[in-house]
Design a binder for this molecule. Structure first.
Ligand SMILES: NC(=O)c1ccc[n+]([C@@H]2O[C@H](COP(=O)([O-])OP(=O)(O)OC[C@H]3O[C@@H](n4cnc5c(N)ncnc54)[C@H](O)[C@@H]3O)[C@@H](O)[C@H]2O)c1
Ligand SMILES: [Fe+2]
Length: 376
C-alpha cells in the first residue's frame, strides 16, 4: 500500500482545452504551430465531421478505426501514415481512435515495430505533433500515455505505455458527445467510473490521484443517468467529459485492477464493447474487494449517490442496480458468451498480472470463474 510519502509522477498534455464549442481549437492550434500535413485518425462516425476541426493545409482522414482496434487495423493506418508523412496526427473519436493515433504518432519512421514497444516506456521518441479530441466520455485516453491494441494471435490486449504518446494538446469539447447513443453513453460512463474506482481502491492508490478518482466517481453519480435519459443535456455531457478525463488521469500513474482484468476477455474473445464489459463486471469486483477496502468502498458508494456500505452483499446489490438502472445488460448469457468459454476466460483474465497484482485482494483463477458464473 502507498501513502503520502510514496513517490509518484504525473504527466499531462501540455495544454488541455475544456469546454462546449471548442472543437475548432484544433485548427487554431495547427495554424499557430505552422502544422500543415495532417493525418486525422478516426472512426466512421467521426470521419464524417472532420470539417468541424477546421484544419488548415493538406488533411488526410483515416476513418476506419474499429471499436476495440486490433493489430491489422493499426497496420492499415500505419501504412497510410508512411505515405502521408504527417507533421501532425489528430486522434478524433473515442478511445479506439485516440489509442491508434498515439501509435501513429510514434511508430512510422522510428525503426521500431509494434511488438518492440509493448510494455512501459519502450518507445524511443516522437518527432511529430499529436493532438487528441475525444468524442466519447469513457476512456480518458486524451490525457494519458497508454494505447491498447488487441493482438489476434493471443486474443489479448497489448498495452503500450510511453511518455512520448502523451498529446501536446487535448481538446475536450463535451458537445461532441451529444450524439452518443444511450447504450454507449451508459457503458462508456461506467468505464470512466471504473477507472476512478479501481485506481482509488488499488494497492498503488495515491492521495494525489485519489482526488481525481473520487471527484470522477461523484460526477458519474450525478450526471450519468441524466445523460442516458436525455442525450441533449449539455451540462450532464460536460460533467461526464470531465469524469472521463479524470479517469484518464487515474490510469497513468496508478491504473486499473481486477475490474478491468476480469472484463478484458469479454472484449478480446467475444467483442463485447469495453465499457459494457466493465459495467457488467464492476459490481462483482467492487464487492469482492470490499472486505479489505472497507472505508474506500463506502466512499465509492457515497460518491455514486448510494447508501454508504462496505458489506459485500450490499455493495454488490447497490452497484448492480446502479448499472442495471442505466439500461446496461448485466448478464453474460444475453451477450452471446458461450458458457463453455468461461473456464478459458478465467485462465486468461488471471494471467493479466500487470493489473491483478495491484488488486487489493488476491483473486484466484477459480474466484474469477465464480464471478463469470455469477454474471452468466
Ligand atoms: N488509452 C487508455 O488509457 C484507454 C483506457 C480505457 C479504454 N481504452 C480503449 O478504448 C477503446 C474503447 O473506446 P470507447 O469506449 O471510447 O469506444 P470507441 O472509440 O470504440 O467508440 C465506440 C463506438 O462509438 C462511436 N462513436 C464515437 N464517438 C461518437 C459520437 N460522438 N457519437 C456517436 N457515436 C460515436 C464509434 O464510432 C464506435 O462505433 C477500447 O479499445 C479500450 O480498450 C483505452
Ligand atoms: Fe477502461
Amino acid at each position: 500500500m502507498t501513502n503520502l510519502t510514496t513517490p509518484i509522477e504525473i504527466a499531462r498534455p501540455a495544454i488541455i482545452e475544456f469546454g462546449s464549442g471548442l472543437i475548432s481549437a484544433a485548427g487554431r492550434w495547427a495554424r499557430a504551430k505552422g502544422l500543415s500535413r495532417i493525418l486525422v485518425v478516426s472512426d466512421a462516425f467521426n470521419a464524417n465531421r472532420v470539417n468541424l476541426l477546421d484544419l488548415p493545409g493538406e488533411v488526410t482522414v483515416f476513418g476506419e478505426v474499429k471499436p476495440e482496434p486490433d493489430l491489422p487495423n493499426l497496420e492499415k493506418v500505419l501504412a497510410l501514415a508512411e505515405q502521408v508523412k504527417p507533421d501532425l496526427v489528430i486522434g478524433f473519436g473515442g478511445g479506439s481512435a485516440m489509442d491508434l493515433a498515439k501509435l501513429v504518432a510514434v511508430l512510422p519512421g522510428s525503426g521500431q515495430s509494434f511488438h518492440e514497444v509493448v510494455g512501459p516506456e519502450k518507445v524511443k521518441g516522437r518527432k511529430i505533433a499529436l493532438f487528441q479530441v475525444p468524442t466519447t466520455s469513457g476512456t480518458g485516453s486524451e490525457g494519458g500515455t497508454r494505447s491498447l491494441v488487441t493482438d489476434p494471435a493471443t486474443q489479448n490486449k497489448a498495452a503500450v505505455q510511453s511518455r512520448f504518446m502523451l498529446a501536446d494538446i487535448a481538446i475536450v469539447d463535451p458537445d461532441l458527445t451529444l450524439t452518443v447513443p444511450p447504450a454507449v453513453t451508459a457503458a462508456t460512463g461506467v468505464d470512466a467510473m471504473a477507472h476512478c474506482v479501481e485506481a482509488f481502491t488499488s494497492k498503488k492508490a495515491h492521495p494525489l490521484i485519489d482526488l481525481y478518482a473520487l471527484e470522477g466517481i461523484r460526477l458519474v453519480g450525478r450526471f450519468l443517468k441524466r445523460a442516458v435519459v436525455d442525450g441533449s443535456d449539455a451540462e450532464a455531457r460536460a460533467g461526464l467529459s470531465l469524469a472521463s478525463m479524470y479517469g484518464g488521469f487515474c490510469l497513468g500513474p496508478v491504473n486499473t485492477t481486477a475490474g478491468h482484468a476480469v472484463a478484458y476477455p469479454l472484449g478480446t474473445r467475444h467483442h463485447i464493447p469495453h465499457g459494457l464489459a466493465c459495467a457488467l463486471i464492476f459490481p462483482h469486483t467492487l464487492a469482492f474487494n470490499a472486505p479489505v477496502m472497507a472505508e474506500k468502498t463506502a466512499l465509492v458508494l457515497e460518491a455514486l449517490g448510494l447508501p454508504a456500505s462496505s458489506n459485500e452483499r450490499t455493495v454488490f446489490d447497490a452497484t448492480y442496480a446502479f448499472c442495471a438502472d442505466l439500461g446496461v445488460e448485466m448478464k453474460l448469457s444475453k451477450l452471446n458468451v458461450p458458457e463453455s468459454d468461461l473456464e478459458t476466460m478465467a485462465t486468461e483474465a488471471h494471467a493479466i498480472r500487470r493489473l491483478l497484482d495491484n488488486n487489493p485482494r488476491d483473486l484466484s483463477r477459480d474466484q474469477i470463474l465464480d464471478m463469470y458464473k455469477a454474471a452468466y
